[in-house]
Design a protein around this ligand. Structure first.
Ligand code: ACO
Length: 323
C-alpha cells in the first residue's frame, strides 16, 4: 500500500540566544517563575533583517540533503507559518525560488502552532492521491516580531526557528510492517478565536499587531484536546500506547506536554523535549524536535512516532508515523 514516508528532516535555529535571566532584566519575571511554570530556560531570536523565509530556507536545504534527493525531484512545497515575510505572496514562493525548485506547487498553510501537522496532512493527501511524489513541508516562525515585549505573560513563552521534512510516496515495508504516515486526525473549533490571537491584521487594522492569550484557557483546551486527538490517531492506525516508541509533541509548555503524556499512558522518557532550550516555536517545534531525536539516534528506522499540536483558532491535530 502506498504511504507518505518521511525520508529526511532538517532544522535551523537563529544564533542569538535569549535566556530567562536576560528577559528578567527587561520585564518583571524570573528564571524560577518561567522554569517552574513552563520548563523553558532560553529561546533563539532571529537577527535584525533575518526573515521567516531565511530560517525556512536553511531548514529546507538541510532536509533535502538529509533525504538524499535533488531539489528537482520535489513537486510540492508547503510552508506552515503564522509569521510570513509579507502579506502576500506566500513565503513558500520565496523559499521555492531560493531553493532552486522551479517545478511543482508551493503555498503556505496558516494553522498557527498546528501548522506542521496540517501541512503534513495536506502533503500526505497529495502523495496518496498521486498528485505529487515528493513533498517538502516546512514549519518556520519569527514570533519575536509579534510578541509584546512588555507583556510578561506572553513574551517569555516563544522563540524563533524552523524545521522541515521531505515526504516521499513509497511502498515500503520493514519486518512486515508498513512504513510512513499511518494516520492523521485534524480538528478545529473557531468559537475559541479570542483565546489566542494577534490583535492586528491587514483587514482589521492594517497593522501586524501583537500576540494576546488567555493562558489558562489555552492550557485547559490543549491538554484535553491533544490527548483526545492523539488517541484518535492511534486508534485510526490500529495502535495502542504500548506501540508508541516516541511522542513528539508540539513544544508549548512542559507542564502541558507531561499532562498529555500521562493521559496517554506514555512514560516521560518516551517524550522528546526541546521546549527547555527552544521555547515555543509554533509550527517549527515538531520538526525541530524530530531532527534532534533523529540526529541523537533516538528515532530509528521502524520506530513508531506520535505527533500532536494545537494552535490558535483553536486548531489541533495528531499524526502517527512508522519511520
Ligand atoms: N513572570 C512572573 N510572573 C508572571 C509571569 C511571568 N512571566 N506571567 C504571569 N505571571 C503572574 C501573573 O501575573 C499572575 O500574577 P497574579 O496572581 O499576581 O495575578 C501569576 O503569575 C499567575 O498567573 P497565571 O496566568 O495564573 O499563571 P499560570 O499558572 O496559568 O501560568 C502560563 C501561565 C504559563 C501562561 C499557563 O497558563 C500556560 O502555560 N498556558 C498555556 C499557554 C501556552 O502554552 N500558549 C502557547 C501558545 S498555544 C500553544 O502553542 C499550545
Amino acid at each position: 500500500m502506498l504511504r507518505s514516508r518521511i525520508i529526511g528532516c532538517g532544522a535551523y535555529l537563529p544564533e542569538k540566544v535569549l535566556t530567562n535571566d536576560d528577559l528578567a532584566k527587561t520585564v518583571d519575571t524570573s528564571n524560577d517563575w518561567i522554569v517552574g511554570r513552563t520548563g523553558i530556560t532560553q529561546r533563539h531570536i532571529a537577527a535584525d533583517g533575518q526573515l521567516t523565509s531565511d530560517l525556512a530556507l536553511a531548514a529546507a536545504e538541510r532536509a533535502v540533503s538529509a533525504a538524499g534527493i535533488s531539489v528537482d525531484e520535489l513537486d510540492l512545497l508547503i510552508l506552515a507559518t503564522s509569521t510570513p515575510d509579507n502579506t502576500f505572496p506566500a513565503t513558500a514562493a520565496k523559499v521555492q525560488a531560493r531553493l532552486g525548485m522551479h517545478q511543482g506547487a508551493a503555498f503556505d498553510v496558516q494553522a498557527v502552532c498546528a501548522g506542521f501537522i496540517c501541512a503534513l496532512s495536506v502533503a500526505d493527501k497529495f502523495l496518496l492521491s498521486g498528485q505529487a511524489k515528493k513533498a517538502l513541508i516546512i514549519g518556520a516562525e519569527t514570533y519575536s516580531r509579534i510578541l509584546d515585549w512588555n507583556d510578561r505573560t506572553t513574551c517569555v513563552l516563544f522563540g524563533d526557528g524552523a524545521g522541515a521534512a521531505v515526504l516521499s510516496a513509497e511502498n515500503s515495508v520493514e519486518n512486515g510492517a508498513e512504513r510512513g504516515i499511518l494516520a492523521v486526525k485534524l480538528h478545529s473549533d473557531g468559537r475559541h478565536y479570542d483565546a489566542l490571537y494577534v490583535d492586528g491584521g491587514v483587514s482589521s487594522s492594517q497593522t501586524s499587531g501583537h500576540l494576546r492569550m488567555q493562558g489558562k484557557e489555552v492550557y485547559r483546551h490543549a491538554v484535553v484536546n491533544l490527548a483526545a486527538v492523539a488517541g484518535e490517531a492511534m486508534e485510526a492506525a490500529g495502535l495502542a500506547p504500548s506501540d508508541i516508541d516516541w511522542l513528539v509533541p508540539h513544544q508549548a509548555n512542559l507542564r502541558i506536554m507531561n499532562a498529555i503524556a500521562r493521559r496517554l499512558d506514555l512514560p516521560p522518557e518516551k517524550m522528546v523535549v526541546t521546549v527547555d532550550r527552544h521555547a515555543n516555536t509554533s509550527s517549527a517545534s515538531i520538526p525541530l524536535a524530530l531532527v534532534e531525536a533523529i540526529e541523537d539516534g533516538r528515532i530509528k528506522s521502524g520506530d513508531v512516532v506520535l505527533m500532536e499540536a494545537i494552535g490558535g483558532g483553536f486548531v489541533w491535530g495528531s499524526a502517527v508515523a512508522r519511520w
